[in-house]
Design a protein around this ligand. Structure first.
Ligand code: ANZ
Length: 976
């Protein structure tokens, strides 16, 4: 039986806490086991649950001392000790308020908002609804955005806080292939589960705006955008290499290829050119780069985007190919270099295995070797090919080219460290000044020629590779007249470019790492590309906008065709069609769009999700754009953000959107790592071996030690039972295979949604990685229970809580007001700076302080409940309603800190002795005369005037001055 069943009850004021997770307790709970020693004043009755689990209930549960300290009730049975924590009835409150919000559509953002009010659009990166359901990583970002949304609503903003599903993609299709279940069925089921889970966490989404990328109403507009790109020449077809798996007869996505073989089945995968749809994102490279500067994004994401775009300035230089006799032919190899200053140091050239001229110049003797090498390289991904530490490989082509600077004949090699997809797919290799070239030249005995002197370090080893800039040497040629000796690298580079342009040997060139975007997948579960291909001419024609959405045809068989044709080609009657304008026979495009497509623009549709006429209404877009805060995982820091920025800019150019950029501020939440796991080692006899042993640990058996058997000793972790045994703590990413995945449903069941929300926010700084720790949830759970009792009071004898509160209508004291306003200032500031964890600390301080008070005045407690509400909305709503408010607090004004109560209340008071100012003391503004005098007589400086003197008179003006008149007769003063 799982802990779920035990905890399915909804009405008991007690829950079995913590130990319920351990299934061995279950059996001891299914008993009528007598208490060995009942705690005085406590009587328990056990009863079985209807579900077969055991529930606790209590008839009298007032602990003896009855104070407000934590009441952990220990129940000892014959076999075990069970701790019951007195908590609040979250299991009643949470579903109640979720129902209320749903019935009242509390968080609906109406279509016709009052646009004179400020707006706040806060968005989560919408999830892919996987079969596994929500992960605890999801609520981390969602709670943060929810807190922001709730705060801004209460501050009077119109808030847009939507949720939807990025639901096309591979897993549903793979599942369809395995089980025959239509991807749509799987997707809808998963969406239902996700929605239910999200609702159980109390997020204030406007569910009326929910959308899924798989709905024809939605992908109609994804297709529409594709057509706009196509019409502007930004969508085109080209031959590009894809991952082709001959055994499976299909093209694979990058994530389906691991180490050169298919993830499924382990079959070899090769790179094979295929005609594909491409999007010309490179046309926007400069704007994507420049506009980054305006964004309030973390510098690290901007830098990642800059690197991905990878703008580099250099030159294209032409090297003539020489024939067998060493004569110049009319064919040239153009290279791209960022270091034209090193031209005289180019002692060989390299072309990529896919270079278009390779078959032209490779010699007959080298042909076979080169062909074999090409085949070898086709099995590697670009990433593997360019890994720096990888051993460089290559083959000589038998052919030479002329270095245009000095006329030297240099060998042309083919090597896979040069990529066909970057620059010109060919390089001039300068082994003295480029690390990769150096490694290659040493391996294949190619001469190395130094042409740049390291200015900063003249004693540097002259035979070492020097990739830096410096002063040029060995770089002049009487043959070509080029002389760049003694110039700096920068000057020399400019000089070479100028010379190359003058002599027809090359030109200045800016290059980007950014490639055009491969925008087609040979898959079923994606948006159909709205293009027809005429049978006769192969010409491509856009489907008319009025025909959109072009819906995905029904298919029962999603398996690959075996020919590389996408599965959609099986929908014969859908594929075969006619061009409506000419009636000529045509076929529909059978590739679908990649999963990135739908997520490129969904933030726009949320502004106007049901509009049948336009992607988004212009006025609505103008009001809501841009997204103010966009929160999601760092894994999307590059591609998703870059792709959506690209589409956004195209939409801006055609007047669909009013802003240049879609997301004003992006925040990446840190990842949640699994609970710390402690590893120990045991020898053959089963004895523990300490981790700091001299012996080799891997010769021993590894065992995982549960947290309760571990303790900290100095900087280390050791076994409690034998502290000489040191353990190694490790944290891992949560993964099914490691069995360390925490399911949010379990946490909600056991501690409630508010506790989960609070815990995820309390774990640490929002952007940092954090390790999960279940005992941490108990901490915040206890805080919530304390808050509950602060307002509601202690439970009654039957364990239930009174309906009302213990709040009074007393006037608050100054101290209470100060405590409250400090808390308001702190919580507001911390939420606004997305330091959610320290916001919670502020509330904890308040509750601790409030527990010392004799009363809980309404004027203090009510604002505090409002402060709590963004974090723990269910509890706050319940308290608010019990405080006598009939409506939800979602739109109540968020409390504002009154600066009067935040002021530092001490002042500097001048002290005079016999009318002469002798010093100052720091006192409370309303300090009494006696207190001021005591402070003065203890002051270092003033003491010497007062020590041993008798006082005739004291003149005290509070807040202004203390004047001490001394008596001439010498009587000692008692200063204390
Ligand atoms: C000669 C040279 C000498 C180079 C030197 C560097 C240092 P970024 O900055 O990334 O643009 N390169 C050019 N095309 C390449 C390709 N398709 N595959 C692999 N490498 C390629 O890098 C540009 C430099 O990377 C170019 O400048 C070229 O090597 C190499 F001391 O040319 B360089």
């Amino acid at each position: 039986m799982s802990s779920h069943q035990i905890l399915q009850f909804r009405s008991d004021p007690f829950v079995l806490s913590h130990c319920c997770r351990h299934t061995h307790l279950t059996s001891s709970l299914t008993l009528q086991s007598p208490l060995k020693q009942p705690l005085s004043g406590l009587r328990f009755r056990w009863r079985r649950s209807n579900h077969g689990g055991v529930r606790s209930s209590t008839t009298e549960a007032q602990s003896n001392n009855g104070n407000r300290k934590e009441e952990a009730l220990v129940l000892e049975t014959a076999t075990t000790t069970i701790e019951l924590k007195r908590v609040y009835p979250f299991h009643e409150i949470e579903p109640k308020w979720q129902r209320y919000w749903e019935d009242n559509r509390t968080f609906r953002t109406p279509d016709d908002v009052d646009t004179s009010k400020p707006k706040f659009y806060v968005l989560d990166m919408f999830p892919y609804p996987s079969g596994a359901g929500l992960h605890v990583g999801h609520p981390l970002g969602y709670t943060a955005t929810d807190i922001l949304a709730r705060l801004r609503r209460m501050q009077g903003y119109n808030v847009l806080h939507p949720m939807g599903w990025d639901a096309f993609g591979l897993p549903a299709e793979q599942y369809a292939i395995e089980t025959g279940t239509h991807p749509k069925t799987t997707t809808l089921k998963n969406i239902d589960r996700f929605r239910l889970q999200l609702k159980s966490l109390g997020f204030s989404y406007d569910w009326d705006r929910e959308l899924s990328t798989t709905e024809p109403d939605y992908y109609k507009w994804t297709q529409w955008i594709f057509l706009q790109l196509y019409k502007r020449g930004l969508a085109y077809q080209a031959e590009v290499p894809v991952n082709w798996c001959p055994a499976l007869g299909t093209v694979l996505a990058n994530e389906e290829v691991v180490d050169g073989v298919s993830e499924r089945g382990g079959h070899p995968v090769i790179r094979k050119p295929m005609r594909q749809w491409m999007l010309k994102i490179t046309a926007y490279a400069d704007r994507l780069l420049e506009d980054l500067d305006e964004l309030e994004w973390p510098e690290s994401i901007k830098e990642m985007q800059r690197n991905w775009i990878g703008r580099s300035e250099g030159a294209e230089l032409n090297f003539s190919i020489l024939d067998g006799e060493g004569r110049e032919t009319d064919k040239k190899i153009t290279v791209y270099t960022t270091r034209p200053d090193t031209l005289f140091g180019a002692t060989y050239m390299v072309v990529a295995p896919e270079h278009h001229l390779l078959s032209y110049f490779v010699t007959a003797e080298q042909k076979q070797q080169v062909e074999e090498y090409k085949d070898f390289a086709s099995r590697k991904s670009d990433l593997e090919r360019t890994e720096l530490q990888k051993d460089k490989t290559g083959v000589f082509t038998g052919c030479y080219a002329k270095n245009p600077a000095n006329g030297d004949a240099i060998p042309i090699w083919v090597a896979d460290y040069v990529l066909a997809s970057y620059g010109t797919g060919a390089i001039m290799a300068v082994p003295a000044h480029d690390t990769r070239d150096n490694e290659f030249a040493l391996k294949y005995n190619i001469p190395v020629k130094w042409v740049v002197k390291n200015e900063a370090n003249s004693s540097a080893d002259a035979k070492q590779v020097y990739p830096g800039l410096g002063i040029i040497e060995n770089s002049s040629s009487s043959e070509t007249g080029l002389d760049i000796n003694q110039l700096s690298s920068k000057e020399a580079g400019l000089e070479v470019i100028e010379w190359a342009e003058r002599t027809g040997n090359g030109k200045k060139k800016v290059n980007y790492k950014l490639r055009d975007w491969l925008f087609a997948r040979q898959r079923y579960w994606g948006e159909p590309i709205p293009i027809l291909i005429l049978d006769e001419s192969g010409e491509t024609i856009a489907v008319s906008e009025s025909e959109l959405p072009l819906t995905l045809p029904e298919l029962n068989d999603f398996t690959p065709t075996g020919t590389g044709e996408p599965p959609l080609s099986k929908a014969v009657s859908w594929v075969n069609t006619v061009d409506p304008s000419t009636r000529k026979p045509a076929k529909r495009e059978t590739s679908t769009m990649p999963q990135w497509a739908g997520s490129c623009w969904y933030y726009l549709r949320f502004m106007d999700p049901k509009n049948p006429e336009a992607l988004v209404d212009k006025e609505k877009e103008k009001y809501w754009s841009p997204v103010d805060v966009y929160v999601g995982g760092a894994e999307h820091a590059v591609l998703h953000l870059l792709y959506s920025r690209f589409w956004h800019k195209v939409l801006y150019d055609i007047g669909v959107v009013s802003t240049k950029e879609p997301f004003k501020c992006v925040i990446n939440q840190g990842i949640i790592l699994g609970e710390v796991q402690y590893t120990a080692w045991k020898d053959q006899e089963g004895n523990f071996v300490s981790a700091d042993t001299e012996e080799r640990l891997n010769e021993h058996q590894q065992v995982t030690i549960p947290e309760e058997k571990v303790m900290k000793s100095g900087d280390h972790f050791v076994l409690k039972e034998d502290p000489s045994i040191r353990l190694i703590p490790r944290v891992y990413k949560m993964s099914k295979s490691r069995g360390n995945v925490v399911n949010p449903d379990d946490v909600v069941l056991e501690y409630g949604a508010d506790s989960l929300r609070l815990y995820e926010m309390f774990m640490g700084p929002f952007r940092d990685s954090k390790t999960w720790n279940t005992s941490g949830i108990e901490g915040v759970h206890r805080f919530l229970a304390r808050t509950w009792r602060l307002v509601i009071g202690l439970p009654q004898s039957d364990g239930s809580f009174k309906d009302g509160t213990i709040v009074t209508d007393d006037e608050p004291t100054l101290e209470q007001l100060r405590t409250l306003h400090k808390c308001i200032a702190k919580v507001t500031e911390e939420i606004e700076s997305t330091r959610f964890n320290t916001g919670i600390s502020g509330m904890m301080e308040f509750v601790n302080a409030a527990y010392k008070w004799n009363n809980q005045p309404r004027r203090i407690i009510e604002p505090f409940v409002l402060l709590l509400s963004p974090y723990a909305p269910h509890m706050a709503e319940e308290l608010w309603s019990r405080l006598g408010h009939p409506n939800s607090l979602a739109y109540e004004s968020f409390p504002k800190a009154n600066p009067d109560y935040l002021k530092n209340t001490t002042i500097v008071l001048p002290v005079q002795i016999n009318g002469k100012t002798r010093g100052t003391i720091e006192v409370e503004e309303k300090c009494s005369e006696d207190d001021a005098f005591v402070l003065a007589s203890q002051d270092e400086k003033l003491r010497k005037y007062l020590d041993g003197q008798s006082i005739k008179k004291r003149i005290y003006v509070p807040g202004k001055i203390l004047n001490v008149i001394l008596d001439r007769t010498n009587v000692k003063v008692a200063t204390k």
